[in-house]
Design a protein around this ligand. Structure first.
Ligand SMILES: CC(C)(COP(=O)(O)OP(=O)(O)OC[C@H]1O[C@@H](n2cnc3c(N)ncnc32)[C@H](O)[C@@H]1OP(=O)(O)O)[C@@H](O)C(=O)NCCC(=O)NCCS
Length: 405
């Protein structure tokens, strides 16, 4: 039954996700955010002043620091939203842009907003090195530079690198390096097939990034830059990273720049505006567990979302589990299948059907909204149904959203 108070997604868009050495790597994440914020309203003819609430996620503060802080406020003003617009910048690691969606849903349910926007933006390759201590001066000796991208973990505070936790836990669940490599190969192959079928063409989830040049034509980036051809043999040759037993450059996502945005409102507002919803948000939840559980937090979060909604995993036509590493979808679908081998295979077959972050890229703050929209557009192509998308974030936090198309 369609309820007039349902909160629906009316527009969802992202930039292509870049390679490490892309020209996009020079564009501040704030400017990438501006691009998607403008486009997500332009596509459905909503005016900037009609948007009441903007939540904006990014989780590499060292990159944002090049422009100081409050990326949400800066992007909102630069994108032409009124000075009176209320926004918040937040960091829930890779979960961030789904956290933004959850806050938007809350704001609408609480009657604080009618139209809300969730944004995620990140430019990981642009992250500068940090030089702590220079303000005081160096009396004698070498200067230390810190690379926050290295290990992408929380080792400075004594936590293990994410790749170590994920790899170790995967092995404990019987998910071997070979299985992770096979998943990674599948991710690349599924993306290549979906791309060839036109599923990642400009106009659906993708918008182009246009970079004006001093002389000549602008550079236009109109597709994800990281997908690559590979093979089990090539993947098997790669050495594990950061001390992980299984995670390699092949079964991990690359380091990317990119942004995504989702616009939501109550169904009755969409009807009033003559807008056709892309998807209904059925339930959206957050969770967290002990840091080591990063590979299985998506399963727990999905189960929590399903239980609250009175649905089961079998009701889901599609599943998205972010490929923080190949370990995450494999371990999480195994848990959701309750260790039933046939069911595990079934769940794997409907997870990340167009490939995932390993192929597409993973600009951390933008990925959670990306998996949600990739699933929504695919459900639409398949004639509708339920889908659940979940993502893990730093030190085993989780977000999951159930949508119906
Ligand atoms: C894994 C990582 C360290 C690799 O960084 P990098 O060394 O700059 O990456 P590259 O693309 O150069 O890949 C390294 C090597 O692996 C090879 N490689 C990468 N993917 C491959 C694939 N699918 N098949 C075969 N070879 C592959 C590259 O060709 C390269 O080989 P070379 O050294 O002979 O040139 C980096 O991408 C990373 O940290 N990723 C994880 C990001 C992350 O943690 N995200 C958050 C999750 S919570």
């Amino acid at each position: 039954m369609k309820n007039k108070d349902d909160i629906v997604i009316v527009s969802a868009v992202r930039t292509p996700f870049s390679r490490f050495d892309s020209v996009m790597a020079d564009i501040p994440s704030i400017d990438l955010g501006v691009m998607v914020m403008k486009e997500v309203i332009r596509r459905v003819g909503i005016k900037a002043e009609e948007v009441d609430d903007i939540s904006y996620g990014s989780c590499i503060p060292a990159e944002v620091a090049l422009e100081l802080d409050v990326p949400a406020r800066q992007a909102t003003l630069l994108a032409g939203f009124p000075a009176e617009n209320i926004s918040v910048s937040l960091d829930r690691a890779c979960c961030s842009s789904l956290t933004c969606l959850r806050l938007g849903v809350r704001a609408i349910k609480a009657g604080e907003a009618e139209i809300a926007m969730a944004v995620g933006s990140e430019n990981m390759p642009r992250t500068p090195h940090l030089a702590p201590g220079l303000r005081k001066g160096t009396r004698l000796g070498h200067i230390k530079l810190i690379d926050c991208l290295f290990e992408l973990g929380y080792t400075a505070k004594g936590f293990a690198p994410v790749a170590v936790d994920a790899g170790e836990v995967a092995l404990e669940y019987g998910v071997t390096r070979e299985m992770q490599d096979a998943w990674a190969l599948g991710s690349q192959e599924k993306y290549a097939k979906a791309y060839a079928e036109g599923k990642f063409k400009i106009g659906e989830e993708l918008m182009p990034v246009v970079i004006p040049q001093k002389k000549g034509d602008p550079i236009v980036i109109d597709k994800d830059e990281s997908p690559r051809k590979t093979s089990m043999e090539a993947l098997a040759k790669l050495k594990p990273i950061y001390g992980s037993p299984t995670v390699t450059a092949g079964n991990a996502p690359p380091i990317s720049a990119g942004a995504s945005a989702i616009l939501m409102m109550p169904r009755k507002k969409a009807e009033e505006k003559g807008l056709k919803p892309l998807a209904t948000i059925v339930n959206i939840v957050a969770s967290a567990t002990a840091p080591r559980g990063i590979a299985f937090i998506p399963a727990y979060t999905i189960q929590k979302a399903l239980d609250q909604a009175g649905l089961t995993i079998d009701d889901m036509k599609l599943i998205e589990i972010n490929e923080a590493f190949a370990a995450m979808p494999l371990v999480s679908t195994k848990i959701l299948a309750k260790d039933n081998a046939k069911k595990w295979k079934e769940l794997q077959d409907k997870t990340n059907v167009n490939g995932g972050a390993i192929a597409i890229g993973h600009p951390v703050g933008a990925s959670a909204a990306r998996i949600t929209m990739t699933m929504a557009y695919e459900l639409k192509r398949r004639g509708g149904g339920y889908g659940v998308a979940s993502i893990c974030g730093g030190l085993a936090q989780g977000e999951a959203v159930i949508i119906k198309v």
